[in-house]
Design a protein around this ligand. Sequence first.
Ligand code: GRF
Length: 212
Amino acid sequence: MKTLVILISGRGSNMRALLEAELPVDRIIVISSNPNAEGLKTAADKGVQTACINRQTFSDRLAFDTALSDEIDRYRPDLITLAGFMRILTDDFVFRYHRRLMNIHPSLLPSFTGLHTHRRALHDGVKIHGCTVHFVTPELDHGPIVIQAAVPVFSNDTEKSLAERVLVQEHRIYPQAVRWFLQGRIKLSANTVTITDTCVHNSVIYSPELQK
Ligand code: GRF
């Protein structure tokens, strides 16, 4: 019996992508840190079990993380996925779920860790941007990388248009990473992830395109 826990705080579009991916899993539980998260309603409408550990009702991060891990442990999940979960977790929490805690981040890590990734990418004038699924380690947005998707940055991009282009790819790579994990195809050694029986194309992305 395979169990997946998805942690959310808001919109929940990555959660939706995971729920709609027909993953090889027997049970999914969505836990929100925010009782008003749009994603909670989406999950409930799909008949998925939900719970809420309201961050506002805890005086500090440790108390919140303890309550959250008590809730998570009730389900004995194989994997815990952060999907727009807007809380920084304590080291103890991260160690507790070592090698089975994943996150999606809207940049090509290790560039643009933290917040406002699209705004900062535009500010810095990068020509290629993207998203990353990685295992979570105590250092924010720094764990072993499972998969990345790259998109071009256009000269007329706004923060919104760039975020939308990246989000389409987030919804593709997160279910893929979770599927690999549940299939037992992820080998993790030190800081490197290898996926068994997969291929890498020797293709190059130019942004902008080469011209004569
Ligand atoms: C996504 O861009 C994700 O990469 C980041 O927060 C956003 C959450 O969006 N961690 P959603 O709640 O999944 O729609």
